[in-house]
Design a protein around this ligand. Structure first.
Ligand SMILES: Nc1ncnc2c1ncn2[C@@H]1O[C@H](COP(=O)(O)OP(=O)(O)O)[C@@H](O)[C@H]1O
Ligand SMILES: [Mg+2]
Length: 273
């Protein structure tokens, strides 16, 4: 699997924003084609990337089941059919492909969605130099095995004290669920002052989570998004684009370099558990 970034955090904090910015940055920095995985059923990653997800892996699976049950398999195995359908579910952008996971089967059951996600990642992600996974709020859909090969699991939070505490709780939960990634980081979005970064550093001091930096609260970005424009038309010198570019540059480097850069910037040393 290529270099993989999984993004998580509570609802509305900027996960999809960061995912789209990552897809753009990676594409512009020699990692194309990027595989964008939309693992949030209520999302708009496709719109932000300027494409339309035609069908989802969840829907594909239903279709494949009906196809086989209807005796129309014509000698194709269910797995082959699923593979074919997954290829159909891939939407091509300029420097990226997008795959949307869709809804899990039963209410509240993510087991199947996770299995499919894992299968998809194993099968297709290896063809891409970089993979970005935009996850649903919370951790319910992140099984340990879904993210086992992830290079970076990044928590996004708003700058409020409550938001930061929630992010910390999410990290603790991830530990309990034995969700593992080669490295973990936190990005504070919609920052109005540097205070939130300091608070994040204090809150995550006893963890291996890197405080990667903050993205400013930005009217230009909000306006751009509100008018339905894609991430690719956001000016390169936009404050959010620039701040995120710094973060992506740090984390897409080899671990050691990223660690040093991050620790230097934060003025802290992160113990590895
Ligand atoms: N740094 C920012 N400045 C201004 N608005 C932002 C910023 N980051 C995100 N937003 C806005 O916040 C809303 C939620 O962002 P989104 O990325 O969809 O969150 P999530 O995926 O976590 O639910 C969107 O309308 C987005 O335009
Ligand atoms: Mg989202």
């Amino acid at each position: 699997m290529g270099w993989t970034l999984a993004i998580t955090g509570k609802g509305g904090v900027g996960k999809t924003t960061l995912a789209a910015l990552a897809v753009r940055w990676l594409g512009e920095n020699g990692r194309e084609p990027v595989l964008a995985v939309d693992a949030d059923p209520n999302t708009c990653l496709d719109a932000l990337l300027g494409v339309k997800a035609a069908c989802t892996v969840g829907g594909v699976r239903e279709e494949a089941k009906q196809f086989v049950q209807g005796g129309m398999s014509g000698g194709i195995s269910k797995q082959e059919l699923l593979d074919l359908k997954i290829q159909e579910a891939l939407v091509e952008g300029e420097d990226f492909d997008l795959i949307a996971m869709g809804r899990p089967e039963g209410p509240g059951c993510y087991c199947y969605a996770n299995n499919v996600l894992r299968g998809v990642l194993a099968r297709i992600a290896k063809h891409y130099p970089a993979v970005v996974i935009d996850n649903e709020a919370g951790l319910e859909n992140l099984s340990r095995r879904t993210v086992q090969n992830v290079d970076w699991l990044v928590f996004v939070t708003d700058p409020s004290a409550r938001g930061l505490t929630t992010a910390r709780r999410l990290f603790d939960l991830a530990q309990e669920m034995e969700i593992s990634a080669s490295a973990m980081g936190i990005v504070v979005n919609r920052m109005r002052s540097l205070e939130a970064l300091e608070r994040a550093q204090t809150l995550f001091r006893d963890t291996p989570v890197h405080v990667l930096g903050g993205l400013p609260e930005d009217d230009e970005f909000a306006g751009h998004d509100a008018t339905g424009k894609t991430i690719f038309t956001l000016p390169e010198n936009n404050a959010v684009a620039r701040a995120s570019a710094e973060i992506f540059a740090a984390i897409s480097e080899p671990m050691t370099a990223a660690l040093v850069a991050c620790d230097e910037r934060n003025g802290t040393r992160h113990g590895v558990r």
